[in-house]
Design a protein around this ligand. Structure first.
Ligand code: PLP
Length: 382
């Protein structure tokens, strides 16, 4: 049976070129990059090369790149690291639609005595920078806003947010896990202080992430250990993962036009096809600027959990909300924050594309999904 993988915001397939460059670092060049002997030299230079490739994708210098184990770690150490270097201030700001890798850190901060503001979003899932401006106080220690939402692909107005925060000396952390590799992220042009990226969302393997930490940003390491990553994230480097991340970033840098044109065209084709063929179907966040890869579709009256099973039977891999919350069967807080009713939020499915998605994949979905929705709505299949 045909498999159509439309769950690329959950994770992506590792590119064959990436597997190829990382494999020798398991088998031949397995030395510790900190070792002075010959088996340490090659891993050390490979880590440096990878660091430069990641810095190239993000428009920063290689010393501003910290390798981590995943996006969750990058978010955690960004927020904890920035707050650990700040004394006295006890107010933190984020949005109501962040991934748990940020939200749960904020929940913990509240239990530690911080005051947290969770900024609302509008019906399309977008933040109004005026709300941020109104929330900032003398006591604000940190702001954390995602670049693109993982469930809807909605882009937050990061450029305007940086303008709102200009001159206030408050660190801005941006979770760019969903955005990185799909759209240009130029740290030279945007005064973001900390930015989280995850390898497995951009065709590198699971187990590697990146935190961009702008030169001069006060940062207190969250772990004690040796001097790897300039002491900011000690622990022996995941050399194969880092090499893979470097290669994936090099490739991603050359693919952004393709995402902007071809992947966007396929995403729009999917949305137009579904909305045109199935009554009472809406694209959540359609009025906002969005990533070209993500489509969150409300099929009113269906149960997303049941629909995912039928999609899977038909070979279509999608998800409801984020991958982690869809397993937990939770209604998406992001969709609720956008003003959807719990019933509509529980009737919404996320389709996320990659550069490997084909026209045939999309046409197959447009062909199959109307019948699945009919079945779930208790109507005769067309
Ligand atoms: N931030 C966002 C927006 C995500 O979508 C995810 C994962 O889905 C994460 C953070 C966590 O990344 P990782 O799975 O690499 O820990």
């Amino acid at each position: 049976m045909r498999t159509v993988y439309l769950d690329n915001n959950a994770t992506t397939q590792v590119r064959p070129e990436v597997v190829e460059v990382m494999t020798p670092f398991f088998t031949d060049f397995y030395g510790n990059p900190s070792s002075v002997h010959r088996l340490g030299a090659k891993p050390a230079s490979a880590v440096l090369k990878a660091r430069r490739s990641v810095a190239g994708l993000l428009g920063c210098t290689d010393s501003e790149i910290i390798f981590t184990s995943c996006g969750t770690e990058s978010d955690n150490i960004a927020i904890g690291g920035a707050l650990g270097a700040t004394t006295g201030k006890k107010h933190v700001i984020t949005t109501a639609v962040e991934h748990p890798a940020v939200t749960k850190v904020f929940n913990r901060l509240e239990s530690l005595g911080y005051r947290a503001t969770y900024l609302p979003v509008d019906g399309d899932g977008c933040l109004d920078p005026a709300d941020l401006e109104a929330a900032l106080t003398e006591d604000t220690a940190l702001v954390s806003v995602m670049y693109a939402n993982n469930e809807t692909g909605v882009l937050m107005p990061i450029q305007e947010i940086t303008r709102t925060m200009a001159g206030r000396n408050i660190p801005l952390h941006v979770d760019a896990v969903t955005a990185a590799g799909k759209i240009p992220l130029d740290m030279a042009a945007m005064p973001i202080d900390l930015l989280a990226v995850s390898g497995h969302k951009l065709h590198a393997p699971k187990g590697v992430g990146v935190l961009f930490c702008r030169k001069g940003t006060p940062f207190e390491p969250m772990m004690d250990g040796s001097t790897q990553e300039r002491g900011r994230r000690p622990g022996t480097e995941n050399v194969p993962g880092i090499v893979a991340m470097g290669k994936a970033c090099e490739i991603a840098a050359g693919k952004q036009d393709y995402y902007d044109t071809e992947v966007r065209r396929l995403r729009d084709r999917l949305e137009d096809g579904l909305v045109g063929a199935i009554e009472d179907t809406h694209v959540n966040g359609r009025g906002a600027q969005r990533l070209p890869t993500t489509s969150n579709v409300l099929f009113r009256g269906i149960d997303a959990g049941a629909m995912l099973l039928l999609l899977d039977e038909a070979g279509i891999c999608a998800s409801a909300g984020s991958a982690c919350s869809s397993r937990a069967g939770k209604v998406s807080p992001t969709l609720l924050a956008m003003g959807l009713t719990p019933e509509d939020a529980a009737a919404s499915i996320r389709f996320s594309l990659s550069a490997w998605t084909t026209e045939e994949d999309i046409d197959y979905c447009i062909d199959i999904i109307p019948g699945i929705v009919d079945k779930l709505r208790g109507r005769k299949t067309r």
